[in-house]
Design a protein around this ligand. Sequence first.
Ligand code: NZQ
Ligand code: ZN
Length: 389
Amino acid sequence: MQNFRFICPTDFIFGKDAENAVGEEIKKYGKKVLLHYGGGHIKKNGLYDRVMENLKKHKIEVIELGGVKANPDIGLVREGVEICKKENIDCILAVGGGSVIDSAKAIGIGVYYDGDVWDFFTKETPVKKMLPLGVVLTIPATGSEASNTTVVTNSENGHLKRALSHDCLRPDFAVMNPELTYTLPPYQTAAGGVDIMSHVFERYFTLEPNCDLTDRLCEATLKTMIKQLPKVLKHPENYEARAEVMWTGTIAHNGILGVGRSEDWGSHMLGHELSAFYDMTHGATLAIIIPHWMEYVYQTDIQRFVKYAVDVWGIENDIFHPEETALKGIQKTKEFFRSLGMPVSFEDAGIDGEKIEEMAENCTKNGAVGGFVKLEKEDCIKIYEAALK
Ligand code: NZQ
Ligand code: ZN
């Protein structure tokens, strides 16, 4: 096990009616809040009204900024930074999914900087601090409610989607009511589920051999998703199953599953290019990339893929044919994603291979990607090509 430091200071308020805690929580940080949200699902299902009423009850002044798109853009972030500076905002409340939360995180760091907030994403400017941030989570997926990361797209500047990580980006509190996820369309539920699993894969496929506890936690997390995801797709209002998925999403990406080991993140980098070029849903990009990434890299450590097949999918361990066992685990992964209604190829997603060269170029602009296996531009091209059909 490698040396590590792990901090996850987010205060989780989990369960039915949890959103009624927002006013009380925001009061700890000030009296004026920026309410940040997306395309309006919260207005349709009544969450917006409940949150507003609660904030009013606690005499909190609200300035609103809605309209965050999936794969949030730097343009709206810049607008948010201006509003926060002009209005002397004390704290941000993000109500929505990863896109809204990430947009709020970017606004929160931009407030403390005089230059363009995009400079943080090009790594020209180091991140130091973020305005206090509260979250009301409406989709289990990215883990942004507790992660140290924000992912923002710059659509003006050559389709760039960039992640930025720093411990100050972890929200101060996260309200998590599984009932708020009942209104999710099946496609978003499934894409969120694949994203959650992918956050485990990025950590499970590691070069560090001695991390038994973390391996077992990863396997438990994956098995929970394999058990619960089909349930929520079949019965969207199954509270217990929704609750399992929601909490699993947080555990998968708050960092606990990566301690003491190296991580990969190549699949995410490859997937981000698909989002940047085709505006695809993050989880769907991963459903396409992950099985093909696995097929491309499994020979690096066949025994790890055998362990995955056996301990996660319950495949019989054929000790005389480890490669076959490993490949069966990969095949199961692909079939599972497909059974959720996710695309597992470019063709399924209705996109062609025209941009492959450009995507691979952008993906490796700052050097090879991935920790388990380092992927150069040529490797990225091969994985994209394998994913065509
Ligand atoms: O815009 P609204 O109206 O909120 O609708 C959203 C959006 O259309 C809808 N939705 C969310 N909750 C709903 C709902 N519709 C009905 N009922 C509900 N309860 O779902 C759509 C997708 O929302 P979005 O926030 O985009 O989804 P997600 O949480 O998957 O976030 C994706 C973004 O997060 C980034 C991704 O790259 C992508 O940009 N990620 C962030 C990470 C992080 N900060 O740590 C890590 C991840 O790996 C990921 O990269
Ligand atoms: Zn992800």
